[in-house]
Design a protein around this ligand. Sequence first.
Ligand SMILES: [Zn+2]
Ligand SMILES: [Zn+2]
Length: 329
Amino acid sequence: MARMRAMLLDAPGRPLRAAELAVPDPGPGEVLVRVLACGVCRTDLHLVDGELPDPKLPVVPGHEIVGEVAAVGAGVDGIEIGRRVGVPWLGRTCGTCRFCRSARENLCDAPLFTGYTRDGGYAEYTVADARYCFPLPEADPVAQAPFLCAGLIGYRAYRFAGQAERLGIYGFGAAAHILAQIATAEGRQLYVFTRPGDRAAQDFARRLGAVWVGGSDERPPVPLDAAIVFAPVGALVPAALRAVDKGGVVVLGGIHMSDIPAFPYRILWEERVVRSVANLTRADGLGFFEKLARTPVTTETVRFPLEAANDALAALREGRLQGAAVLVP
Ligand SMILES: [Zn+2]
Ligand SMILES: [Zn+2]
């Protein structure tokens, strides 16, 4: 039986372990994907830290997978061996619950999530449900990897920010640096908030077109139409509410966040809205990749060998990365 290298989470709170596993067989409707690159997402940190309930254990993390189809299971149509594909967080949905039936498959009652409740891409191979893979153009797989979650979730958050002319972003990491390029290409003015004093992140944001950058403890020079909070810091929610104008929306882009402190009703008053973003739909993905085909977006990545996954996670945790960490098997 063919073997592969993988990084495995045995239990939350423990470092990932380098393991040798059998190359999985694609079941009906599935494809075997040879992983070319897999991005490291903040959600992987939440998984490793035990902040996400009920993971499959042990589990191979990783849900920003760029690879090529190495084998197809029974009944797979229209996706041939050798095809470049991306495998995102949304691994499968039931198709029958009331969320699936109302174009909200991101909220499915019985979903599977890549690298969380099914094995993901911190490995040489993974299997995926063919219907949830996105066809990708041939390009540098390391550069493409961050699109698969940071890009997709950022894009969904951006859609919920509506027609905001003045758009705030709290936390300038992997998602924000992709989104910034799309938003500025569409004529939005970007106001970027980073950790106070994080000059590297602030310079990075300015380089990608922000009209104003500052610390998260600062107020923007003008009231904003919308703000997206990518940093997993609950205290930023009232800060963002204070930064948005009447009718403004604050979109929370993360799967986990520290507690939101109590705040006075008057900063929510006047029809300000706070909303979260959960997962993605396949329609989001198609819309996003279509947008990428028209709007050139470059990603800033830091490449790590697969076996250095723990180092990549530590760098992300400590805020030492500029752009996105990507594992290469
Ligand atoms: Zn993610
Ligand atoms: Zn469902």
